[in-house]
Design a protein around this ligand. Structure first.
Ligand code: TXA
Ligand code: MG
Length: 341
């Protein structure tokens, strides 16, 4: 078998608030030449290519070992550009865009021929968002094309919230990583289908359900995203997982540290508690993921990577409420979990 040639991956620092035009032009040239590069957004780092270039989009799937049937989100820098990607941009999309774009909300709409079918796979829809990040927006503007970008991790790994996470996963596989520091939101965008009436929540994310409901009175929330459902450990496919076994304690944030510690000890081996309650004092080794829901959301994926690097036998995540930003955090936590208690 012939090994894929390894690329020399450049890591270039960019000012997230005021990126230099010259640097962004160099990055945009790579996009125009059909290359795949990693760049920061407000949610997580993206692995971007020209969404109108089939060969370029194929390289995204290769670089991150993405399953071939998983369609990719298209990133735009203007409403005009979004409208070119779809056959219909309904009034509801306009209202949502006015309120939440640029920002972590992705719409699924009927696709136009402008976007490569390699992005949308066999679907007649396309997922689109306008990221709230200067680097991402300038990259799209300078490239002159919409940019297809999944999260810039190897498939199955936690999403990258720092450039170093991208390097850990993709060094040698892509020519360039733009380092704009830590991403602010820390979980991926909320995805909603606007080809359904009422709209359907496809993935909870950076825009909360409560925020969405302030604009859309009616939105269908599939039962998997609700806390009232019995959650059975064997019943889910894994995603975003650390290598280390991860145990998620439902409502762990409100349980006593003693209870958490005894669950940790029962696991055997060396546990690390991923603590979400700054009042908790554990006997076991622990790290504080964040002092409030926003911080927990921002640091969640990075804490899974810390768990793997620190070589503990098991991680114990103190689950938080499913309200507000908790819905997205718990969705990721339960997907990553090997066991839920
Ligand atoms: O915040 C984000 O959304 C990040 C940054 C880089 O923008 N991107 C991201 O992409 O999370 P990815 O590929 O990891 O997740 C895309 C999600 C997947 O769940 C995919 O199935 C869904 O969007 N998706 C994409 N196109 C779709 C379509 N046409 N219909 C339904 N779902 C779609
Ligand atoms: Mg992803």
């Amino acid at each position: 078998m012939v090994e894929n040639a390894r690329l020399d991956t450049k890591l270039v620092s960019v000012d997230p608030l005021n990126p230099s035009l010259r640097e962004m032009q160099l990055a945009a040239n790579l996009i125009r030449q059909g290359e795949v590069i990693a760049f920061p957004t407000e949610t997580v780092y993206g692995l971007g290519a020209d969404a109108t270039n089939t060969f370029a989009v194929r390289k995204i799937f290769e670089a991150k070992n993405r399953p071939q049937d998983n369609p990719i989100i298209v990133h735009v820098a203007s409403i005009d550009q979004a409208q070119k990607c779809v056959t219909e941009f309904p009034p509801l999309a306009k209202r949502l865009a006015e309120r939440f774009w640029p920002g972590p909300l992705t719409f699924v709409l009927p696709r136009s021929e402008y976007i490569s079918s390699e992005v949308t796979k066999n679907l007649d829809t396309v997922a689109i968002r306008m990221p709230a990040h200067k680097v991402a927006l300038l990259l799209i503007e300078q490239s002159g094309v919409p940019i297809a970008a999944p999260s810039a991790n190897l498939s199955g790994k936690p999403s990258p919230t720092k450039a170093i996470h991208v390097i850990q996963d993709l060094n040698g596989r892509i020519p360039l990583v733009l380092d704009g520091g830590s991403t602010l939101v820390g979980v991926e965008s909320t995805v909603i289908s606007l080809v359904h009436d009422p709209p359907i929540l496809l993935r909870p994310g950076g825009i909360t359900l409560e925020e969405l409901r302030s604009v859309i009175s009616d939105i269908v929330v599939p039962p998997d995203f609700s806390s009232d459902q019995p959650i059975s450990p064997g019943m889910k496919y894994k995603h975003y997982s650390p290598e280390t076994k991860l145990v998620v304690i439902l409502d762990g944030h409100d349980k006593s540290p003693r209870e958490i510690d005894s669950i940790g000890r029962a696991q055997g081996g060396q546990p690390l508690v991923l603590c979400t309650n700054s009042q908790h004092q554990h006997d076991l080794m622990s790290i504080l993921v964040g002092k409030n829901p926003q911080e927990i959301q921002a640091n969640f994926f990075a804490s899974l990577r810390i768990l793997d690097e620190a070589s503990y036998d098991v991680g114990i995540f103190e689950g938080i409420t499913f309200e507000g930003v908790g819905l997205a955090v718990m969705n990721r936590a339960l997907k990553a979990a090997h066991e839920i208690v």
